[in-house]
Design a binder for this molecule. Structure first.
Ligand SMILES: Nc1nc2c(c(=O)[nH]1)N[C@H]1C(S)=C(S)[C@@H](COP(=O)(O)O)O[C@H]1N2
Ligand SMILES: [Mo]
Length: 372
């Protein structure tokens, strides 16, 4: 007769919790890699322009699964905590092979825990738009994601026999004292769901109001959040200059004043800004079709376009791939929600295209270059 133990020490609970966490981590990793590929596409990669909400969906899933993984990780650590510090820490010199295995397993778990905690905490701080670190977040978050995913894969492979055994065993073979396994698991999953809703709900239409931990739900001029103001980007004077000219450089280069841009045929579309940091806001945009501008510059069919902002630096340039150049909703927007663009939203003109990360929707565009 096995003596009853607390639910937290049951291998069955460990396996169930591990499965839930494994699914959250897998979704988070896959959608994160997708976002990376969209922002830095290798030649074999193509991301469709439709449906317009596709990036909102994948990035919303990234943020929600990452946030859900936080309580699950903490609970998983509480479950395995005694094992992490079980003596002997390494093993005994009398059994070198077994000791080596034990040391390797511990080292791999230490790497796993640190990598996961690094990813989840930097991701969460990034959603909260608090950047207390010196490193460049996307590069570090991307690199450590491979370490985390690799160590999770190794961990699952090593533990597969234990996981299978825990699932095969009948629940009665592991008597539980105190709070039931089901109650612990239910609490963990509820915490995960609540966390995902409170933060990730910001990218789901209709759930915005319950996303109480989401940092921005529409503050900023014209009902849209602002990631970087014109003042912060150092473009106030250049953007407000009445002598502003847009250059479209291609086989035929055209230079347009703001009045000439306004005189071109205008289109109105509903499109979201889906920020990589998790928030999404839809708006009604009016402006010149990107495809029309490409045609003005005699761009060949299938050409990509590079957009240059008045702002120099990291967010000053973005490349719009051919599927998005062709999409008739892709605009060089002059207006949003019925009014001229606010300076902070990219006045005099900004790029808005369907199914794109917010960070690529360049503001204060002054030059469009036809590529290849
Ligand atoms: N030139 C420039 N364009 C930019 C940015 C920027 O910092 N500089 N931020 C981007 C990011 S990260 C987002 S989410 C959107 C935000 O657009 P909004 O400020 O109009 O809401 O603009 C994008 N375009
Ligand atoms: Mo963003």
């Amino acid at each position: 007769m096995i003596p009853p133990r607390p639910a937290l020490r049951s291998t069955r609970l460990t396996a169930h919790l591990g499965t839930a966490l494994g699914i959250a981590v897998a979704v988070c990793f896959a959608t994160g890699m997708l976002s990376h590929l969209i922002q830095h596409p290798p030649s074999w990669f193509a991301w469709p322009a439709h449906p317009a909400w596709l990036y909102q969906l994948t990035q919303g899933a990234h943020v929600a699964s990452g946030v859900a993984a936080i309580p699950l990780t903490l609970l998983k650590l509480a479950v395995v905590y005694p094992k992490l510090f079980a003596r002997p820490l390494i093993g005994s010199w009398r059994a070198p092979a077994a000791s080596l295995r034990r040391a390797a397993e511990r080292a791999s778990i230490a790497v796993l825990v640190m990598a996961i905690l690094f990813e989840l905490s930097t991701g969460l701080l990034n959603i909260a738009q608090w950047y207390p670190w010196r490193f460049f977040f996307p590069t570090a978050h991307y690199a450590v994601a491979w370490v985390a995913a690799g160590s999770v894969a190794i961990h699952v492979a090593v533990k597969l026999p234990d996981i299978a055994a825990a699932y095969r065993r009948s629940p009665e073979s592991e008597p539980v004292a105190g709070v039931s396994r089901r109650a612990v698991l239910f609490t963990g999953l509820s915490a995960a769901a609540l966390a995902a809703l409170a933060v990730g709900g910001q990218s789901v239409p209709g759930l915005r109001r319950i996303a109480v931990f989401a940092p921005r739900s529409g503050d900023g001029p014209q009902g849209l959040p602002v990631n970087r103001t014109a003042a912060a980007a150092g473009v106030r004077a250049a953007a407000a200059d009445p002598g502003f000219r847009l250059t479209v450089a291609g086989p035929r280069t055209v230079v347009l004043s703001l009045a000439e841009l306004r005189a071109l045929p205008q289109a109105t579309v509903r499109l979201p800004i889906a920020c990589v940091e998790g928030w999404t806001t839809w708006a009604t945009w009016t402006g010149v079709r990107v495809g029309d501008l490409a045609a003005l510059a005699s761009a060949p069919d299938g050409a990509a376009l590079r957009f240059h902002s008045l702002e120099t630096g990291l967010y000053g340039v973005s490349t719009l791939p051919a599927p998005h150049v062709r999409a008739t909703e892709s605009l060089l927007a002059l207006r949003v929600n019925g009014a001229e663009l606010d300076l902070d939203h990219g006045y005099p003109c900004r790029l808005i295209a369907p199914s794109r990360p917010g960070v690529t929707q360049t503001k204060w565009v002054h030059r469009i270059e036809v590529l290849g």
